[in-house]
Write a protein that binds this ligand. Structure first.
Ligand SMILES: [Cu+2]
Length: 292
């Protein structure tokens, strides 16, 4: 297409009126609301607006803090924009030919120092409350050790003496209903309605254990163990996440799947997992080594 034809088309295309733009915006919002993901899985969905639906007490608190901040930053942005527009119109050269030479105004200076400090204090209270809440790893029911590797995760259940690797399922091997780039062969299975302490570490480069709906995002660093906890709600549900620390060529291909099962189903899974993923009997290995 030549330039002149492009220009012609641009001229011919009518600019949508404000009413049409409003309708489009409304349609967009309705579409985003209607395209919610399935209730049994926590994953991103097409045309998503905002955060994933929060799961568990940490995510709910993080979500409400996010919503509070959104209101505050919107009000501040609108206020600053209104000031800018007012200044541009009121003090433009034609409307204000002899500008004032004022350089200081004590009242205004005190106000623009004190008000932001007060806003920051208002934000700090719920923010610190959430930080300390996320730190309460002592009130948990069980422990899972999570190890980031290039490029897969390893989940270890120290109390059950089992551990297994979790690899992404390639696109051609996906079964119907399994999301692409998010499904794994062996998910981290957890009992629903429990608080789980995560011990997150790494085996090579830095990774990050990130499950948005559970509001956990913790670095996995070799030689260091980071603590976090998740509050898995009641009900059978799958929570999807990804490594979100750029960790090499297959960074995008080490998703995280947390599969919450009701207690009875979890117990059944535990039996099969123990048979399949039992860790080596350390005592036996040491005895054998000593006998040689
Ligand atoms: Cu990684």
């Amino acid at each position: 297409m030549t330039n002149s034809r492009l220009c012609k088309r641009a001229v011919e295309t009518p600019i949508p009126g404000p009413r049409l733009m409003g309708l489009l915006a409304l349609a967009f919002v309705l579409l985003a609301m209607g395209l919610n993901g399935p209730a049994f899985a926590a994953e991103p969905f097409a045309w998503q607006l905002g955060l994933q639906e929060p799961a568990g007490s940490i995510a709910e608190k993080a979500d409400s803090l996010h919503n509070l901040l959104l209101v505050i930053i919107t009000l501040i942005s609108v206020f600053v924009l209104a000031l800018l527009v007012y200044v541009c119109l009121r003090f433009r050269a034609s409307a204000n030919p002899t500008p004032s030479k004022t350089t200081h105004n004590t009242t205004v200076e005190i106000l623009w120092t004190v008000i932001p400090v007060l806003i920051l204090l208002v934000i700090a209270v719920p923010s610190f409350r959430l930080l300390y809440y996320m730190d309460e790893t002592q009130n948990t029911d069980m422990v899972i050790k999570v190890t980031g590797n290039q490029w897969y995760w390893n989940y270890e259940y120290p109390d059950e003496e089992l551990a297994f690797d979790s690899y992404m399922i390639e696109a051609e091997d996906l079964e119907p209903g399994q999301p692409r780039l998010l499904s794994v062969d062996y998910p981290m299975v957890v009992p629903a309605g429990t608080r789980i302490k995560l011990l997150i570490t790494g085996n090579d480069v830095m990774h990050s254990f990130f499950v948005p709906s559970l509001a956990v995002q913790t670095y996995s660093i070799a030689g260091r163990i980071n603590e976090a906890w998740i509050d898995v709600p009641e009900g059978k549900k799958t929570y999807y996440g990804q490594c979100n620390q750029i960790c090499g060529i297959n960074h995008a291909y080490m998703p995280i799947v947390v599969q919450a099962l009701p207690p009875a189903e979890y117990a059944t899974w535990l039996e099969t997992a123990k048979a399949e993923f039992a860790m080596a009997d350390r005592e036996k290995i040491l005895r054998l080594a000593a006998a040689q």
